[in-house]
Design a protein around this ligand. Structure first.
Ligand SMILES: Nc1ncnc2c1ncn2[C@@H]1O[C@H](COP(=O)(O)OP(=O)(O)OP(=O)(O)O)[C@@H](O)[C@H]1O
Ligand SMILES: [Mg+2]
Length: 498
């Protein structure tokens, strides 16, 4: 890709970017949220036309006007949000649009299945070809997406933040798959915010900042700190500074809480937990041990089976989300920002008042005070460094990381008693992560109670004051974060005893 420029109106998302990828190489794309990584890859895959610039594959200049042309030229893309049909089988999804047919156009599922099995064995992409997509884990669904590109003959595979949604074990499996792919001569372009992953799998790394190409480096010659500094243009601190602080009065009290999951199976099992003012309590655990159901119960999004939840001594069990947010001041940074955090079609200013628009601050009778609503958004955009600095664009036009910043800004602005932060840094760049961690600590310093739920053990350890380990819906241990032993937490997370 040479001299790629992409403008959205008068905003330049890609500014004269060059990218060269060789056969059999893993090339990482690194850059802050909104730097223009996804845009560049969407151009390569034919989803967006570049404003100017040229793309050559094996020396041949191409006009990749749509994904079909990209696929025909051996380019495959695994998007961050999967594009599979839930009610179809694995094989049906893989062959969709490229079906093998018998006479009279009847789908030859048998032959298709054999082909899928042979590709999956070749690259170690274990998946049951007959399983329905809706029954598969996120990691398996991703393997289906990869198989789909290989089935169409991809030689260059683009992965947009493939590990953001994976568990640590699934990440290691993906690393193995990537090694198998490059061993077979495939080229990989991978977008990730995790510097350790770049060190682990990538040969080269291209760094983009605010739409511009900053550098392309041989990964073996640089440290994680070097990469971070190139990316944000300053030194980044990986540790979270926080002074010791005595927690205050009890804010949140959970007693003998039982919550069922959507299938009616016990997900939160007789759980007891207390949270005090001025502390960050981190919940560590492997995905699927009741974290989501716990958060949903606390925020009124899921009915509680038995037990109680109190905020400052007042019972909030099974109240509506609106009451819990506005009357009891429980704020929530949700784990799925696109489903539960914002409305794509609303602009930034509207999203900033989703929960509070009816407060006297923003409305008078039935009339919304638009001046105030925009002013509020403009303040938060400045304070939280949300890019681009515009309150009048639709939320969907913001990059993933900036969508997340927008939600965090809104929830913190509510001045909550309890701030529930679920995977608050998923998909964020290291500079933004530093910022979010500082924000959580600042909230704690101001005397708020923060509940942090994260699959990133490092994050839980660095940010929290106390750590509660959840396993099969129960708290199996509470530890002081300072000087905590990582292997001890790991043992508890796996259901062992510490
Ligand atoms: N359709 C669009 N209209 C207007 N602006 C857009 C559009 N698509 C992207 N942008 C802007 O272009 C910039 C680059 O976005 P892009 O999604 O490429 O970022 P990114 O590097 O992938 O970030 P992240 O790490 O957060 O995913 C962002 O500022 C974004 O708001
Ligand atoms: Mg992106």
């Amino acid at each position: 890709m040479t001299g790629i420029t992409k403008k959205f109106g008068d905003f330049t998302a890609n500014d004269d970017i060059n990218l060269t990828v060789h056969k059999g190489e893993v090339h990482a794309l690194l850059g802050e949220n909104g730097a223009g990584k996804t845009t560049l890859m969407n151009i390569l895959y034919g989803l967006l036309p570049p404003t100017s610039g040229a793309i050559r594959i094996n020396g041949k200049q191409l006009n990749i006007a749509n994904p079909n042309i990209a696929i025909a030229n051996g380019i495959g893309m695994v998007h961050q949000h999967f594009m599979l049909v839930d009610t179809f089988s694995v094989t049906e999804n893989i062959v969709l649009g490229k079906e093998i047919t018998k006479r009279f156009g009847i789908l030859d599922l048998q032959t298709a299945e054999e082909k899928v099995i042979s590709i999956s064995e070749q690259y170690g992409l274990t998946v049951d070809p007959k399983a329905l997509i809706q029954d598969l884990s996120v990691g398996s669904q991703q393997r289906v997406e990869i198989l789909k590109t290989l089935y169409r003959g991809a030689q260059i595979l683009i992965f947009d933040e493939p590990t953001a949604v994976l568990t640590p074990k699934e990440i290691q499996e993906l690393v193995g798959i990537i090694r198998n792919l490059t061993a077979a001569g495939k080229s990989i372009i991978i977008i990730t915010h995790k510097l350790n992953e770049i060190k682990q799998v990538a040969d080269f790394c291209t760094i983009i900042r605010r739409g511009c190409h900053i550098d392309t480096v041989d990964v073996s010659n640089v440290s994680e700190e070097d990469l971070a500094a190139k990316m944000v243009g300053r030194e980044v601190s990986f540790k979270v500074a926080k002074a010791k602080q005595e927690p205050g009065e009890k804010v949140l009290e959970i007693k003998k809480l039982c919550v069922e999951d959507s299938r009616g199976i016990v997900a939160v099992d007789n759980l007891d937990l207390e949270l005090r003012k001025g502390e960050i309590l981190g919940i560590a655990g492997v995905d699927g041990n009741g974290q989501s159901e716990l958060i949903e119960a606390l925020t009124g999004l899921r009915k509680v089976k038995s037990g109680s939840i109190e905020v400052l001594g007042r019972n909030i069990t099974n109240l509506s989300p609106g009451k819990i947010i506005n009357e009891h001041k429980v704020s929530h940074i949700p784990e799925d920002r696109q489903k539960r955090g914002l409305v794509f079609e609303f602009n930034v200013a509207e999203n900033m008042v989703l929960e509070t628009y009816s407060n006297p601050e923003f409305s008078k009778g039935f009339r919304l005070l638009w001046d105030k609503i925009y002013q509020n958004a403009d303040n938060l955009i400045k304070k939280f460094d949300i890019r681009p600095e515009r309150s009048d664009i639709e939320a969907r036009a913001l990059s993933g990381g900036n969508q997340q910043k927008m939600i965090i800004a809104r929830e913190v602005a509510n001045e909550p008693e309890v701030l529930i932060a679920a995977q608050p840094t998923r998909g964020l760049d290291v500079g933004a992560i530093e910022y979010v961690h500082k924000t959580l600590v600042a909230q704690r310093n101001e005397g708020r109670a923060v509940l942090l739920i994260s699959f990133e053990l490092d994050e839980v350890i660095h940010v929290s004051d106390r750590i509660a380990v959840i396993f099969e819906g129960k708290i199996v241990g509470i530890l002081d974060a300072e000087g905590v032993d990582e292997t001890q937490i790991g043992m508890l997370m796996a259901g062992g005893s510490a």
